[in-house]
Design a protein around this ligand. Structure first.
Ligand code: C2G
Length: 445
């Protein structure tokens, strides 16, 4: 008798799950299905699981395909299960290719091709899975698709790129069902889109999507002007669709906690925020005018720190920019933002490397977040007397894109049009500062 085992969350059970179980069962005579616990999913960075363990076990039982159901509770359990249950074959979807090769020491490992798209409506829960399309086929879009596998209840179904060939290449590599070059065609096949195309194209894509009732998660900066950002939010409110700027840091647990701690009063009134983000770039669209440069490319992160920690009621913006060649883009900038009772300094660089840390200074003490502060895993609250210092540790899973997608999917599912993690007013303030900074810098170099 050949014994097969497979693992999964099996949340909002859909066609992809059913087909996986069918093929796993066909590999042998006896199928054991391990369903993950909430704790295990949390530990491995899986977000937005909608159903309880009991409901997910029931999903698997209802499929009629499992001969035995067990639960997966901890890292490293698979090896024990394989030995204890005398398993011959470990089967899992192709989104995990390579990841479980180490189990070959204990049994045969089989990767089964995952189901592209889960749009079947016959299934009880298929309506619960959010269908998302990706606009753009660059690096960030690819990372987003990989991260989306850690967000339950979301299925990335399609990609749209100006070049059909690159869309097709992207879809084949990332196992997506549909590749198109026509944006309107994309809008017809999904409920929501993630825009990761060049900055200058965001506004038009977002507007067209909102107009036909498609929810939009848009890479930062959402637009390059305040007016366009305001217009998009107004339109989204009117059409009752979710529009969210994809500033991953804003949605990560560590950053949110840091903001809460800073605003709770332990360090006293916040008087100054200094935030830096630099990333060296040798070639590409970041170095091309008019939309390139360190501000449009990276300043959103330090500006997020300013608006989340001090607020949106700034009174003045002054910018110093390094521009070695007159026709080129600026390579390093410091945006100084004045508030009635505080100041912020946002540094960004694509041609200068600096320490990427964050300091929030208050009247009683300060918060120090070491680089890379935008992937907040650790921060310290420091005081004059170092015995009072306090350290905080958090988890930041993957490259963080899963957090923005999790928030976006949560908002759509629950009909929430604004997130307190990144309010519309905050996105508008960031667009406003960015526009002012780019319009009127004092150049050096
Ligand atoms: N699956 C699939 N096609 C889809 C979606 C999922 O074939 N469109 C497969 C997955 O590859 C996996 C199984 O269905 O083999 C269960 O998927 P999930 O519930 O998303 O669980 P997952 O996060 O893949 O857990 O220890 C847990 C395991 O590592 C896998």
């Amino acid at each position: 008798m050949t014994r097969v085992i497979t693992y999964g969350t099996f949340d909002l059970f859909h066609e992809g799950h059913r087909r996986l179980l069918e093929r796993a069962k066909a590999l042998g005579d006896y199928l054991i299905v391990a369903v993950t616990t909430e704790n295990f999913d949390d530990a491995r960075g899986k977000l937005n699981v909608a159903q309880s363990l009991m409901e997910r076990i029931q999903n698997v039982r209802d499929s009629g395909l499992a001969d035995e159901i067990i639960v997966e509770e901890y890292e490293g359990q698979k090896v024990n299960d394989i030995q204890r249950h005398r398993v011959d074959i470990f089967a899992i979807g192709s989104d995990w290719v390579g990841k479980f090769d180490y189990l070959n020491d204990y049994c045969k490992v089989v990767y089964l091709e995952r189901t592209k798209g889960v749009s079947s409506t016959e299934l009880r829960n298929a309506g619960g899975v959010l269908k998302v399309g990706v606009v753009g086929s660059g690096r960030i879009a690819a990372r987003f698709v990989a991260e989306a596998r850690f967000v339950s209840g979301v299925s990335i179904e399609a990609v749209c790129s100006r070049s059909l060939e690159s869309a097709q290449r992207f879809a084949a590599k990332l196992e997506l069902e549909t590749a198109v070059a026509d944006f309107d065609e994309l809008l017809q096949s999904v409920q929501a889109i993630y825009i990761a195309s060049p900055h200058g194209t965001h506004y038009d894509y977002a507007k067209r999507a909102i107009k036909v009732g498609v929810h939009v998660l848009c890479e930062k900066p959402m637009t390059l002007t305040k007016a366009q950002t305001v217009e998009l939010f107004e339109l989204a409110r009117e059409r009752k669709v979710v529009l969210l700027e994809a500033v991953k840091t804003a949605f990560s647990p560590g950053f949110q906690r840091m903001v809460a701690v800073a605003r709770m009063g332990f360090i006293g009134r916040i008087r100054s925020v200094d935030a830096t983000f630099t990333k060296l770039v040798d070639s590409g669209r970041e170095l091309q005018a008019p939309d390139g440069g360190s501000i449009s490319e990276l300043a959103t992160y330090p500006l997020l720190a300013a608006v989340k920690l001090i607020g949106t009621d700034f009174t003045d913006v002054h910018t110093l920019s390094l521009r070695p060649s007159a026709g080129g883009v600026e390579l390093f900038s410091r945006i100084d933002i004045k508030y009635p009772h505080a100041i912020a300094s946002a540094r960004s660089g694509i041609g200068v490397k600096a320490e990427g840390d964050l300091v929030v200074a208050g009247e009683h003490g300060y918060i120090y977040v070491p680089a890379p502060w935008w992937k907040t895993e650790y921060f310290e609250m420091r005081f004059e007397d170092s015995q009072d210092n306090k350290r905080y540790y958090y988890k930041f899973d993957g490259d963080g894109l899963r957090y923005e997608l999790a928030e976006f999917a949560y908002m759509i599912r629950n009909g929430v049009l604004e997130s307190f993690k990144l309010r519309q007013e905050e996105s508008i303030a960031m667009a406003d500062i960015l526009e002012r900074a780019r319009a009127n810098p004092e150049y050096f170099g």
